[in-house]
Design a protein around this ligand. Structure first.
Ligand code: PGA
Length: 253
């Protein structure tokens, strides 16, 4: 049995003071009742240290929402994998559909980001997922296959074994429209088949595949109960302590 992961993607939300409050509240609750699931929080860069300051307590791990495809140097505004590693971050989200859409991140750039994460020993939480027109056209498997292959399948087996994948149907993100448990289960099984073909069954069975897209305290139990769903990448609901903790607990059973 893989231990589930619940990762909170705060996106571009909260003020410094609100972030501090959220982290303090999270710590208070997690100290009282630590869920079995591995908890990861991904705050915006300027608030990172608020979270890393408490990492030693082992209540949660800290991830970034993005990294630069470049190593170091004259890249104004960028944040490198090595900088994040030097702050003891463990994970970074790569390939989120919002980055693909609003920042034109294509397969080539995402490959470079994955390579940066690998080079600096950050675990990528690599996001894949189809848009609504793609699903309606019956192209969802094809789209996800391309994203997984282009983004990750250049890695050797040891590297790939470190990756976490998040299946996030674009039409479910921030819309309140969750994938049905069957849709999640089917896509997770499909992704695992692709991994089996490339890296073998043992690696495929060990790979963590999270679901993301309007996951909340009302639907988490059902989604997490699906075979092959190893936890969630949580956006909106990760900004409310009660919601987030409830989701973490539902991933523990
Ligand atoms: P959501 O976002 O939970 O707000 O739908 C999920 C995500 O984008 O990671």
């Amino acid at each position: 049995m893989r231990r589930k992961i619940v990762a909170g993607n705060w996106k571009m939300n909260l003020s410094f003071q609100e972030a501090e409050e959220l982290i303090n509240d999270l710590i208070d609750v997690l100290e009282e009742e630590s869920p079995e699931a591995e908890v990861i929080i991904c705050p915006p860069f300027p608030f990172m240290e608020l979270a890393t300051d408490y990492m030693e307590e082992g209540l949660f791990k800290v991830g970034a929402q993005n990294i630069s495809p470049f190593d170091a140097g004259a890249y104004t505004g960028e944040v490198s994998a090595s900088m994040l590693k030097s702050m003891d971050l463990t994970h970074c989200i790569i390939g989120h559909s919002e980055r693909r859409k609003y920042f034109n991140e294509d397969d080539k750039m995402l490959t470079a980001k994955v390579n940066q994460a690998m080079a600096h020993k950050l675990i990528p939480i690599f996001c894949v997922g189809e848009s609504l027109p793609e699903r309606e056209a019956g192209k969802h498997l094809e789209v996800v296959r391309r994203q997984v292959r282009h983004g990750l399948f250049h890695l050797d087996t040891d590297e790939f074994a470190k990756v976490v994948i998040a299946y996030e149907p674009v039409w479910a993100i921030g819309t309140g429209m969750t994938a049905t448990p069957e849709q999640a289960k089917d896509m997770h099984a499909y992704i695992r088949t692709l991994i089996t073909e490339r890296y073998g069954n043992e690696v495929a069975q060990a790979t963590m595949i999270l679901y993301g897209g309007s996951c909340n305290s009302e639907n988490a139990t059902e989604i997490f109960a699906q075979e092959g769903v190893d936890g969630g990448l949580i956006g909106g609901a990760s900004l409310k302590v009660d919601e987030f903790i409830s989701i973490c607990k539902q991933a523990s059973v």
